[in-house]
Design a protein around this ligand. Structure first.
Ligand code: ADP
Ligand code: ASP
Ligand code: MG
Length: 441
């Protein structure tokens, strides 16, 4: 049995948290490869080390003195080193080098990556195991995507040489020879890559909640943890804002039969969530999870006899394509069609899109509305359960929420509903109560 264990920022924010992580690793000798994040927040107003480094980079690139900023970052690490009692170990030389590089040639990704690099060095010292610099084993191609071939070949060979090792998360080496990071939260991706290269049996992802929860804990108090979730369900929920695991973290492991187990560093006895390709485990609820995002716009288009006009939909979508806007949903009627887009992408270009639709598709009218929130209700069990949509609509009607849009995926894995931004939280709570709380009664 071989496990890869990734620990998130809050799990490594202080010496106290490091000690918990140490006990977790020591409790199971199959936990052989460790992927740490940078120290995260110790309390809610605290700043993540990655953000401190990014600020230092900004200052350095404006030619400002960064001595104070570096001092504050170093203090975070020194508190951990002292708290762990790592006598004779110091990061002084590393900080000298980082400061020098930031002054002479400031680079954003390099700066951001140092959070994981330095935490990895402490972790390796604390556990007494090898340190493998991710820049030597994880590679990006010229387009900025993972260079699979080179990465897996190099990393697998390097892991063969180390029975136990620490590989810092979040970064690798770019095609141009400079350090490059994944997008924020990317240590999850590193963990997945290491799990694949090591042919691990399990990828454990340790965070500050007891698994993937049915709903966002910031909206629903104490939501239940999901026991088993499939990669497809997880992808739907992550895309819609459930941000426990980086969206790209499932790709390396999903076709290798390596399950991901989300666990809580502060409650290691909890079983957490298993993310798997497929399962016949019995589900407690028809709905696996609920997630959502605010701030979408709808473009409502009418044209008499639209249904008979071949190519109408293509012409409308071309107007969005010409303006480089991706659309989220496209519910339609006989003479109407609605395009749902994210406000961020659309607002600055709205009049250009309207004029392009008029030019290309010659509709009778176009109406734009903003302030729409989308809520995704996801569950592999919905396919075989009847009445799910009815229950959903009853729950929302009981709270006086007007449903502005409905879209059911053809796989019957999800139902997406559109509600006003101001109804967003109430809608999620109502759905949770209907499918999870009332189910128990
Ligand atoms: P880490 O630093 O360990 O990588 P993250 O902050 O990236 O942790 O992810 C964990 C956080 O995700 C939780 O603290 C929680 O606030 C948030 N979250 C949002 N939606 C969910 C959900 N459905 N289930 C669990 N956590 C969620
Ligand atoms: N430290 C990085 C971030 O804050 C990566 C991670 O935590 O996964 O985004
Ligand atoms: Mg994370």
């Amino acid at each position: 049995m071989k496990k890869v264990v990734k620990f998130g920022g809050s799990s490594l924010a202080s010496a106290e948290q490091f000690l918990k992580v140490g006990s977790i690793i020591k409790a199971d000798e199959s936990r052989v490869y460790v992927v740490p994040s940078a120290p995260g927040k110790r309390f809610s107003e605290d700043t993540k080390v990655t953000d401190m480094l990014l600020r230092a980079y900004e200052s350095a690139s404006e030619g400002k003195d960064i001595a104070e900023e570096i001092k504050a970052i170093k203090a975070r690490y020194d508190e951990i080193i002292t708290g762990l009692g790592l006598e004779g170990f110091s990061l002084d030389k590393d900080f000298e080098e980082i400061t020098k590089i930031l002054k002479e040639n400031p680079q954003k990704d390099y700066a951001a990556s140092r959070g994981e690099f330095l935490n990895g060095k402490i972790m390796a010292e604390y556990l007494g195991i090898d340190f493998i610099d991710a820049a030597e084993v994880i590679f990006f191609n010229a387009e900025g995507n993972l260079n699979d071939y080179k990465t897996y070949k190099t990393l697998a060979a390097r892991l063969e040489e180390s029975q136990r090792a620490v590989i810092p998360g979040f970064y690798g080496m770019g095609k141009d020879g400079n350090v490059k990071t994944f997008s924020r939260g990317g240590s999850d991706v590193t963990g997945s890559i290491v799990a694949k290269a090591a042919r691990a049996d399990v990828y454990e992802n340790w965070t500050d909640v007891s698994g993937f929860l049915v709903a966002d804990p910031r909206i629903v108090p104490n939501p239940k943890a999901i026991k088993y979730i499939t990669y497809r369900e997880l992808r739907e929920l992550s895309y819609m804002g459930a941000s426990v695991l980086h969206e790209d973290a499932i790709f390396p492991v999903r076709h290798c039969g390596i399950p991901i187990n989300i666990r809580n560093t502060n409650a290691p006895e909890d079983a957490g969530t298993w993310i798997v390709e497929s399962t016949c485990q019995k589900q407690d609820y028809v709905v696996t999870g609920i997630a959502g995002k605010k701030d979408f716009c709808t473009i409502f288009i009418t044209k008499a006899m639209m249904n008979a006009e071949i190519g109408f939909g293509r012409k409308v979508l071309q107007a969005f394509e010409e303006n480089n806007i991706s659309f989220e949903h496209m519910p339609s009627g006989i003479d109407t069609m609605t395009i749902v887009v994210h406000a961020d992408e659309f607002i600055d270009k709205e009049q250009r899109v309207v004029s392009a639709i008029h030019r290309l598709a010659e509709p009778d009218s176009i109406e734009i509305e903003s302030g729409l929130a989308l809520v995704a209700v996801v569950g592999r069990g919905m396919k075989s359960a009847s009445g799910t949509a009815g229950k959903l609509f009853t729950a929302l009607a009981a709270k006086g929420i007007n449903i502005k849009m409905i879209d059911q995926g053809s796989s019957e894995l999800n139902i997406i509903i559109g509600v006003k931004n101001s109804d967003f939280e109430t809608a999620i709570k109502a759905i949770y109560d209907t499918f999870i709380v009332e189910k128990k009664k």
